[in-house]
Structure formats: C-alpha cells, structure tokens
Design a binder for this molecule. Structure first.
Ligand SMILES: [Zn+2]
Length: 189
C-alpha cells in the first residue's frame, strides 16, 4: 500500500504565491469570501489547516484543477468540538471556475496557523503487509500485534493506512481514507 509524505518549507521564507499552492496552514488561495466556512458552534470563521490539489494517483478528487480546503475551529480551543461531523470543522471542494484569484482573508480576526508550503511529495510503502486492507483502513486492528500496528506510518501522510491513537471512528459507509495530519507543526519541513 503506497502513501505520500509531504516535504514542506515555511511560507514565511518563500515568495508570495502567484497561483494555488498546496500547503498546511496560512491563508487559503482562491476561496470566495462567501464560502469561508463558519463554525457551527461559535459562529466565527474557522482556521484553514490544509489546501490540497487533485492528483490522479496521489490525491484523486475526480477532476483536474479541483482543490480541497480543510478547516478547523481554533477560536475557542477545546470548546468547539472538531471531532464530530458538522461541528467545528469543514471540508470544501472547489473547481477551478469557482475560485477567485489570490489569497483570501477571513472577515474577522481569527487564529491563523503558520504556513507550511508543500514543496514535494515522497512516495513510500507501508511496512505492514496485510491482505485485508479494507479492515486496516477502518482502524480494525484485531489480530494484529502492537509491533505490527507500530509499522503503520504515524505522521502526516496522504493514502496508506490510518494510524489510530484510540480506536477507529465509525463513519457512514462507503468511505475511503484520504489523509491524516499528525499536527501541522510536525509536518515534515
Ligand atoms: Zn468555533
């Protein structure tokens, strides 16, 4: 099972982008102002934690130039539940024709995470070799030893198997595992 690890540089040290760039944190590129999602708990704009672009192999969003924005509410850390669907979190998929030019600023002051611009992706292979991939993707580790579970890449990655710190979450099927982020500040710089 292949997965992809991001290699990033601090946006602070890079020239302003002239087009959409994949990144963690920072300000979104091309997001129409009215589409900036508000937290269902506190009502304030949420913080962007990642923007990623379609790639036919690595990150298939089904269409060329389609992008994904991922948001999490950081206005009131610990109080706006971002673990539950439809609460302090949002994911937005936009096509090129729906996007504006340039970076978008939030309508009010909110926490903005440091920008980590993704410079390239490294293709890797999960070390855990098991035939029942669908079970691993659901976080069903029954029958695996701790040593085997620890073979799953724990850090930020696209694809592969998710690493669950606790037991897996139940999602409505069907679904597929897209990515995991350990912590933006711990993404590979
Ligand atoms: Zn909130």
């Amino acid at each position: 099972m292949k997965y992809y690890q991001s290699v990033c540089e601090l946006g602070l040290l890079l020239p302003e982008p002239k087009q959409f760039q994949e990144q963690f944190g920072g300000l979104p590129w091309g997001l129409p102002h009215e589409k900036w999602p508000l937290c269902n708990n506190c009502g304030k704009p949420m913080t962007i934690i990642a923007q990623l672009q379609h790639h036919p192999v690595r990150f298939n969003l089904g269409k060329e130039d389609r992008v994904l924005f991922i948001f999490q509410c950081l206005n009131d850390p610990g109080f706006c539940d971002f673990g539950e669907p439809g609460k302090g979190n949002a994911a937005l998929i936009l096509d090129a024709e729906e996007m504006t030019k340039g970076r978008t600023k939030p309508s009010q002051e909110i926490p903005i995470e440091p920008e980590l611009r993704i410079i390239h992706w490294i293709e890797k292979e999960e070390l855990l070799k098991k035939s029942d991939e669908s079970r691993l993707i659901k976080g069903d580790y029954e029958g695996l030893s701790y040593e085997e579970i620890d073979l799953i890449e724990i850090g930020t990655k696209v694809g592969g198997y998710p690493y669950w710190f606790q037991s897996g979450l139940g999602f409505q099927e069907p679904y597929q595992f897209l990515m995991q982020m350990l912590d933006m500040r711990m993404a590979a710089i």
